[in-house]
Design a protein around this ligand. Structure first.
Ligand code: NDP
Length: 492
């Protein structure tokens, strides 16, 4: 173990109190040595002949080898999805489609422990998050959209909803199985078939999901999984047989996809980055706000598009708030993702760790003041200490760019008008948080904040019935709720 303590400020020392390790059993999940692609209900070797390794970011151990799909493989997957769409799925009675979705939801619940361990191993997130957030929400999405499958005419009265056809879906590495559920559940409920590409660093739960599809006896070709890197995603985007692309990931890639599809008639939804303001007024319940701030930025190592990465604090409570926050940081447990005591797990990849380090270095160079609690990190794997920056100017890169790591930038404001001005001073517009005891102030703020989601006296709450999505460079289109269905339908 190395000591990476970096204290430029003094927070009251916490009690020295060690928890006994409480590791989740890892042998509940057994990975194959190699995974092929999932096309037309079969696992097949890639025509590209290429494979790549997926490792655990916490230990750098090899977990499995995975196929890298080339253009021919993507073509076969799109062909299988088309075949399934035209010869069965789109003509199936909606209540039959619902049955498959209900079955998938039930199987996800039954296998949730296994899938949660797989998610934590492949992605580095703490088991308590994959177990208590990712898996229950993934199952909830399938349950929710199963309920809509035979009620589309009620959801959109007098509009004659019809499916789009084949949906190409590209997802990131921060919530692999949950993003899969956000994409696949509404697409199938609306009567489409799908080709999904998971992220290069986190393909394993999508590959285990193929087994869930088989268990549910989903007709072959309704769900196809093509693993690979960015080039695989690009082949899927360019494929002329795809009717809709749904992408979640970086703004840069989202823009490239939008350029690629301009004028083609392919439907598109983009869920991109964010730089959310978490705004704390001086009349808030301070201890609850501290928990909300911690949950807002250190949840899932800060790998969250809607993370509350800019903290806006009313000047009158700046000092007590920052002092309490620093003290709270000393109690966060960083380490083994499979330990049930762990609060902050491993950073998803070496590349992401380097990106976080580079942005943190820029913050120090530009003049912000850094605080990191004393923290012992494992020697192997990719780790970053929960970090707070104070003295941050709005122009600093750490206040403007998405860091996608456990790094919080603190700014201050005096009046509600100034809070709104600063919160909206970003290229993004995905989410925001407001902490105050006044309901009228919450409503006043939400009317003015340019963000797809505004949480009041809470943060990072998700529900399948509630639409989620952004403005400006955070993308367009909504996922979740009835709005999420609309993105997979066409109307007369
Ligand atoms: P990307 O946008 O590159 O990755 C998202 C998905 O798109 C992955 O499946 C990726 O594949 C795929 N992809 C990459 N290039 C292309 C392409 N040209 N055409 C089609 N699909 C493509 O995000 P990164 O992993 O590179 O992360 C970089 C930054 O993006 C992060 O630091 C973070 O700031 C932000 N980000 C935001 C997310 C969000 O939810 N808003 C999620 C993830 C990242 P592959 O993984 O195989 O490269």
């Amino acid at each position: 173990m190395t000591d990476v303590a970096k204290r430029k400020d003094v927070a009251p020392a916490p009690l020295e109190w060690e928890y006994a390790p409480a590791p989740e059993a890892r042998d509940i999940v057994r990975f194959e040595e190699r995974y092929g692609l999932f096309v037309a209900g079969e696992h097949v070797d890639p025509k590209s002949g290429q494979w790549f390794a997926t490792i655990s970011p916490a230990s750098e151990e090899l977990l499995a080898e995975v196929a890298l799909a080339g253009p021919e493989d993507v073509d076969l997957a799109v062909g299988a999805a088309r075949e399934a769409y035209e010869n069965g799925w789109s003509g199936l009675r909606p209540s039959e489609r619902a049955k498959y979705l209900f079955r998938i939801a039930r199987i996800l619940q039954e296998r949730s422990r296994e899938l949660a361990v797989a998610e934590s191993l492949d992605g580095g997130k703490p088991i308590k998050e994959s177990r208590d957030v990712d898996l229950p929400l993934a199952a909830a999405h399938f349950f929710y959209y199963a309920g809509w499958a035979d009620k589309l005419e009620y959801a959109f009265p007098n509009r004659r909803p019809r499916p789009l056809g084949v949906a190409g879906q590209i997802i990131p590495w921060n919530f692999p199985l949950l993003m899969l559920a956000w994409k696949i559940a509404p697409a199938l409920a609306a009567g489409n078939t799908v080709v999904l590409k998971p992220a290069e660093t986190t393909p394993l739960t999508a590959l285990l999901f193929t087994d869930v599809c088989r268990q549910a006896e989903l007709p072959p070709g309704v769900v196809n999984i093509v693993t690979g890197d960015g080039s695989t995603g690009a082949h899927l985007v360019k494929h002329p047989g795809v009717n809709k692309i749904a992408f979640t990931g970086s703004t840069e890639v989202g823009k490239a996809i939008q350029r690629e599809l301009a004028g083609t008639g392919t439907h598109l939804t983009l869920e991109l980055g964010g730089k959310a303001a978490n705004i704390v007024f001086d009349d808030c319940a301070l201890d609850q706000a501290i928990e909300g701030i911690v949950n807002g930025i250190y949840f899932n190592q800060g790998h969250v598009c809607c993370a509350g990465s800019r903290l806006l604090v009313q000047e009158s409570i700046y000092e007590p708030l920052v002092s309490k926050l620093k003290r709270r940081l000393t109690t966060l447990r960083v380490g083994d993702p499979l330990d049930k005591n762990t609060d902050v797990g491993a950073v998803n990849s070496k590349a992401q760790l380097e990106r976080i380090r580079e942005l943190v270095a820029s913050g120090e160079e530009e003049g912000a003041e850094i605080y990191q609690p004393p923290c012992r990190l494992p020697e192997k794997g990719y780790w970053f200490v929960p970090t707070v920056f104070t003295n941050v100017a709005q122009s600093y890169r750490i206040a403007q760019e998405e860091i996608f790591g456990p790094v919080l930038s603190v700014l201050t404001f005096r009046t509600p008008e100034e809070a709104v001005e600063k919160a909206n001073n970003t290229a993004y517009g995905l989410s925001a948080g407001v902490w105050t005891e006044k309901g009228s102030r919450i409503l006043w703020m939400t009317e003015r904040l340019r963000a797809g989601v505004v949480w009041a006296n809470t943060f990072n709450r998700f529900d399948p019935t509630s639409p989620f999505g952004g403005y400006k460079e955070s993308g367009f289109g909504r996922e979740g709720g009835r709005h999420g269905l609309e993105a997979y339908l066409t109307f007369d």
